[in-house]
Design a binder for this molecule. Sequence first.
Ligand code: AMP
Length: 116
Amino acid sequence: MSEETIFSKIINGEIPSDIVYEDEHCVAIKDIAPKAPVHLLVIPRQPIPRLADAGPADRALLGHLMFAAAEIARQAGVDEAFRLIVNNGAGAGQTVFHLHLHILAGKDFSESQMGF
Ligand code: AMP
């Protein structure tokens, strides 16, 4: 079992958040410190700490998160152009150790480097 993070508390309703999407396997919330006009986080209900901690049993869930991200982008009206980011490990900028996908959109990323 992994330690409880702020995202588990959000999913359990212990901490308020701006939820924009929910299904059986994941929730999406607005990032509290947005780095783009649209900045959403897709969070699996199952608390896998990092992408690198996912195992073979998590394959379907990982696919689901990608699929859900596209649907969430559609619902947010940004499916023509969005960036999907996973920070894996502190050295990559991960601060919350409960796997999540960042959806960033609403600004022009076409000239920018991978940093956000
Ligand atoms: P990462 O750095 O990849 O671990 O991303 C964690 C993200 O969670 C950051 O973009 C934070 O702004 C965001 N975040 C932290 N706490 C909250 C919160 N309570 N509600 C919404 N987003 C949060």
